[in-house]
Design a protein around this ligand. Sequence first.
Ligand code: DPM
Length: 319
Amino acid sequence: MVASLPRTIRIGSRKSQLAMVQTHWVHEQLQKVFPQRTFEIHTMSTQGDKILDVALAKIGDKGLFTKELEVGMLSSDIDFAVHSLKDLPTNLPEGLMLGCITEREDPADALVLHKSHRDKQLATLPEGAVIGTSSLRRLAQLRHHFPHLAFKDVRGNLNTRLAKLDAGEYDALILAVAGLQRLGMGDRIHQSIPAEISLHAVGQGALGIECRSDDTEILNLLKALEHRPTAVRCYAERAFLRELEGGCQVPIGVNTTLDGETLTLKGLVASLDGQRVIQGEVSGAADDADQLGIDLAHQLKAQGAQEILDEIIATLNRE
Ligand code: DPM
C-alpha cells in the first residue's frame, strides 16, 4: 500500500497589508513547528475591504471582514483563516470554530498627532481639534473625558489614514497600538492611551484563527500557536460582548489582567455623547473565563447598559 501524501494546507487571509503581515507570521510559526508540512496562502477581499466610503458603524453588519473567508472554509477552498480577533464576531457560523488565539500584543489604543501638535496630549489639544476615528467605542470614551475635542469618521487602511492626517484633514488619529507596531510604524505613536481614559475593544491586539469544527488535523496544528494567558483573557472578553449582544461596532470597552490563575475583567458601556458611562469589574478563576464575562455583562445590564445599547442601535438604524 502506498501511503498518501499529506495535503497542502491552505491559509485564508484578507489582502490588506496588516492582514498579510499577520498571516505571514502565522505561516512562519507553523512552518517552524511543522517543517515537513506544506502551506499556501490564499487571499480574498471581504465586504469591509470593498465598502470604503461608508462609516463602519452604519454598515453594522457582523462579519464584515470575515464572511468571505468563512464561506471559503465551509466549501473547503481554504483550511483556516487568520483574523484580527477583534474583527471576528462572537457567534461563528455553524461548522466553524475558533481554533486558537495567539499571543496578544499591547491591546491599547494609540494617539497619533499631526506634526503641528507634536508637543500636545489629548488634554492639551486646542478646542475643536478634529480627531479621526470610526470607532464608536473610542469616540464615546474620549468625548466623556475630553468634551473640547471634535470627531470625524475616517476609513481606509493605515497608510491611507496616516496620509489624510499628514495632509491636515485631521489633527489626530486614534489607532490600535498593535496594528501600528505590526506594520513597523510604532514611531508614529505619541501616546498609548491608558485604560483609565479608554478601554480597548474585545480581542484587540490578538489574532484569532478560525477553522472547521470537524477538522481535527488542522485543530491539532493550530494548538501549537495557542497562547493560553491571551486565550483566557479573550474568552472572557468575548463572552462579555456576546452576552451584551454587542456587535463589534458599539461603544463597549474592556480590560483584562491575569495574575497567576486569577482573571480580572473590567468592562464599560458608554452612550455616544459620552455623558453616560456604565462600568464594572469581576474577578475569578481563569478556568471560568466565559462565566466571568457573562457575570460582568449581567452586572452592567443591572445598571442600565441595555437601554444605552438599544438607543444606539435605534440611532444607527435611523441615520
Ligand atoms: C474594529 C474596530 C476597529 C477595527 C472598532 C473598535 C477600528 C475602527 C476605526 C472592531 N475593528 O476598535 O472600537 O478606528 O475606524 C481593526 C484594526 C486592527 C484590527 C485597526 C485599529 C488592528 C489591531 C488589532 C479595525 N481591526 O483598530 O486601529 O489587531 O487588534
